[in-house]
Design a protein around this ligand. Structure first.
Ligand SMILES: Cc1cc2nc3c(=O)[nH]c(=O)nc-3n(C[C@H](O)[C@H](O)[C@H](O)COP(=O)(O)O)c2cc1C
Length: 309
């Protein structure tokens, strides 16, 4: 009997649904036992979000500052495979998921274990995944597969619809004509196919080629333009803003209200003005970056870390 641990944190239930579908092929077999571990912060992040709370979670997300989480009941903590399912907040793993990665319990359970990451996000996940890859390695685990379910809407449309979803909790069509927010129901329903691929690779002793099999089934895609936006935002502007806000105190501290509210104005400006400008520059210089861009895409589709790249 192979023991599979699935760690996850989901606010709306979108990632929970993906996790449950992914696990179906294992649940159906007598050769596996699946243990679900729901990461729970001591102080809940309310869903749907209130405007100020959404932006107040920005500095801790970006600087990867953990919150207090409840210890997970994982029995003897010995599993054959670990699935780390997470969402992305401000191009970092969500604060509760990151808090688990930084915990002592994570150090114990990841040690010498194969790990699969399963993401349910909008469309910007690469910088977060680089960080998660490193944390899994630091905790002694080995990343063997990565699956990313994303919103397929065009970037600006997706920003409008996910904002509607996050601030109202509704997954219907904004103004009756926008696409439905988040990951399509079809993609969510079909995520059991990735469970099948993982199960087959375990049973055929082909774990080493698992990521290639997943890629053949479009488990991950990398968009070079979005990658360039992520690099500029996450590695430059986000850090500056996060440190600027953190100088006035931690989460909920009234002293930082002014700075959080300033960021609240900057954020839509960055999306509506800076990101489209970036797109123009991206197109102009794309021809000079073709080779580098291809190498980057290949790297980010994979599961290896920069150190052995
Ligand atoms: C505060 C916050 C920031 C987010 N930032 C990103 C992001 O940078 N990239 C992205 O692809 N999705 C982002 N999302 C969307 C989430 O990754 C996720 O898809 C959505 O919150 C639904 O997840 P759930 O299963 O927890 O409800 C963000 C969501 C929240 C709440």
């Amino acid at each position: 009997m192979q023991k599979i641990l699935i760690l996850y944190y989901s606010q709306s239930g979108q990632l929970t649904e993906i996790v449950k579908n992914f696990a179906k092929p294992f649940e159906k077999s007598n050769n596996y036992s699946v243990h679900y571990a729901n990461i729970e912060p001591v102080r809940e992040y309310n869903f749907p979000w209130k405007g100020y709370e959404f932006f107040d979670s920005f500095p801790e997300s970006v600087n990867r500052i953990p919150c207090e989480i409840k210890p997970l009941d994982l029995g003897n903590e010995d599993f054959d495979l670990i699935v780390f399912a997470y969402t992305v907040w401000y191009m970092s793993p969500s604060i509760p998921s990151n808090s688990f990665l930084l915990s002592d319990q994570a150090k114990r359970i990841f040690k010498d274990k194969p790990v699969i990451t399963l993401l349910g996000i909008r469309n910007m996940w690469i910088i977060a995944q680089e960080y998660v890859k490193n944390k899994i390695t630091e905790n002694g685990g080995k990343l063997i597969g990565n699956i990313v379910l994303r919103d397929r809407a065009e970037n600006l449309t997706g920003i409008a619809t996910i904002s509607y979803f996050l601030f109202t909790g509704k997954k219907d069509r904004l103004f009756g004509f926008f696409p439905k927010p988040g990951i399509s129901q079809k993609d969510i329903d079909e995520s059991d196919k990735y469970g099948d691929i993982v199960k087959n690779s375990i049973e055929n002793n082909q774990i080493d080629s698992l990521q290639d099999d997943l890629l053949d089934n479009k488990a991950v895609t990398v968009n070079p333009y979005l990658l360039s936006v992520e690099k500029t935002a996450a590695e430059k502007f986000f850090k500056i803003w996060a440190n600027f806000i953190l100088k006035k105190g931690g989460p909920g501290n009234p002293n930082r209200k002014g700075r959080v509210n300033l960021f609240r104005w900057y954020f839509p400006f960055a999306i509506l003005v800076i990101a489209p400008l970036k797109y123009v520059f991206f197109l102009i210089f794309a021809i000079f970056r073709i080779r580098k861009s291809r190498e980057e895409v290949k790297y980010y589709l994979g599961v290896q870390s920069k150190s052995n790249f």
